[in-house]
Design a protein around this ligand. Structure first.
Ligand code: S3P
Length: 427
């Protein structure tokens, strides 16, 4: 059901703990299912995407219990997984679909992966090409470009592979397959992408060598169960950071947010735009985290591109929104990957922000935003894309009229208590 939002120049105040990191939550389930023993996950994101990952592993026979504060995975290791009698439904989750391909390729059984309408349009060849080089037997529409994908598990061999796109999903699928492959896999990563898989491999007892743009992993390593502490998701926090920045008189603290340097492009951009943000690092083991305090700020337009893009790829809808309130021009380039996200996020962001009165134009690999422009009421479409839904909701804070969001429910993919927390900060 559609949701109507009308605000009258709100100020945001208070402190919240945003939900757990989506990328780390997915991986915790996958690693716990591969490892031998009892893995416990604290701070797990109970969003639809991560619940899809749990459902897939349950279909492989892994025992996973969800209680209030903890997810527990009891596994006898990868070799104990059983052939699923049903299709593995990956829902809206690209991470589930792509990383599972790497995991399933080296099993001894047959499985089929399929997700929703959006997943059926997302490119899978980028994963299947290197996996086929390793010996994987994967079939699907257009020679494996699109789901549903059928995987006939088989023996794999190591590869030496240069990533053609800066994608953590491609890198991770190869690393997960490499664990089972014969020999040493070498990945060349021209531009760094999020490294949660590499960090978690070590956390579960694997040895991985990482040096300047190179990752090396010896096959045949077994994982041991571990405890995983999931920090808050910086990609969710980004929306509340944006909310505080563009509303007058706001001061918001976001507690325990993951600040892995491969994910903190948003913090760099906010600072460069003139945003006031304090970062107080917390003493943690494993993934780094911090309390972030954001104050309303006068923003200025900047240019964003190059190596920075993979460090903020999921935050671009929010960055485009705050750029409409910044003085001057913001140019986002080198971000053609946005065209193959949950929806074409270049086309969708430009179309939706234009409806609110933004001065924004699409380019082949990004967008150009001229600010500041007053935002008005509008009927917003989310295209089933959680981040488009949240962009519209945060836009409503700055808009002069009523914002209607067609499908607010899709926000639960990554941020199930988004409106609850937004209400808390605006009241
Ligand atoms: C993710 C990697 C990124 C990101 C996605 C999550 C991950 O995708 O956009 O939301 O968990 O590895 P790509 O690897 O396709 O860039």
């Amino acid at each position: 059901m559609a949701l109507s939002l009308t605000y009258n120049k709100p100020s945001l105040k208070g402190s919240i703990q945003v939900p757990g990191d989506k990328s780390i939550s997915h991986r915790a389930i996958m690693f716990g299912s591969m490892a031998t023993g009892k893995t416990t996950v604290e701070g797990f994101l109970m969003g639809d995407d991560c619940l899809s990952t749990i459902a897939c592993f349950k279909k492989l026979g892994v025992k996973i219990d969800i209680s209030d504060k903890l997810v527990t995975i009891q596994s006898e290791g990868e070799d104990s997984w059983s052939e699923p009698s049903e299709v593995l439904d990956t829902g809206n989750s690209g991470t589930t679909t792509r990383l599972m391909l790497g995991l399933l390729a080296g099993t001894g059984f047959h499985s089929v992966l399929a997700g929703d309408e959006s997943i059926a349009k997302r490119p899978m060849k980028r994963i299947i090409n290197p996996l086929r080089e390793m010996g994987a037997d994967i079939r699907g529409r257009m020679d494996g470009q699109y789901t549903p994908l059928a995987v006939q598990g088989t023996g794999l061999k190591a590869i030496d592979y240069t990533l053609p796109v800066a994608s953590a999903q491609v890198k991770s699928a190869i690393l997960l397959a490499a664990l089972k492959a014969e020999g040493k896999t070498i990945i060349h990563e021209p531009i760094a992408s999020r490294d949660h898989t590499e960090i978690m491999l070590e956390h579960f007892g694997a040895t991985i060598a990482r040096e300047d743009h190179l990752i090396k992993l010896e096959g045949g390593q077994k994982l041991t169960a571990a405890h995983v502490q999931v920090p808050g998701d910086i990609s969710s926090a980004a929306f509340m950071i944006g909310a505080a920045l563009i509303t007058e008189g706001s001061k918001v603290t976001l507690k325990n947010v993951g600040i892995n340097p491969t994910r903190t492009g948003i913090l760099d951009v906010v600072k460069q735009m003139g945003g006031i943000i304090e970062i107080e690092e917390i003493d943690t083991q494993g993934e780094r985290s911090a309390d972030l305090t954001v104050t309303s700020s006068a923003l200025k337009g900047i240019e964003i591109g190059g190596d920075l893009i993979p460090r903020l790829i999921d935050e671009i809808p929010l960055i485009a929104l705050i750029a409409t309130q910044a003085e001057g021009t913001t140019v986002i380039k080198d971000a053609e990957e946005l065209r193959v996200k949950e929806t074409d996020r270049i086309a969708a962001v430009v179309k939706e922000l234009s409806k609110m009165g933004a001065n924004i134009e699409a380019t082949e690999d990004g967008m150009i935003i001229h600010g500041p422009t007053p935002l008005t009421g509008a009927e917003m479409t989310s295209y089933g894309d959680h981040r488009l839904g949240m962009m519209a909701a945060i836009g409503a804070l700055a808009a002069s009229g009523e914002i209607v969001i067609d499908d607010p429910d899709c926000i639960s993919i990554s941020y199930p208590n988004f409106f609850e927390q937004l209400n808390l900060l605006t009241n």
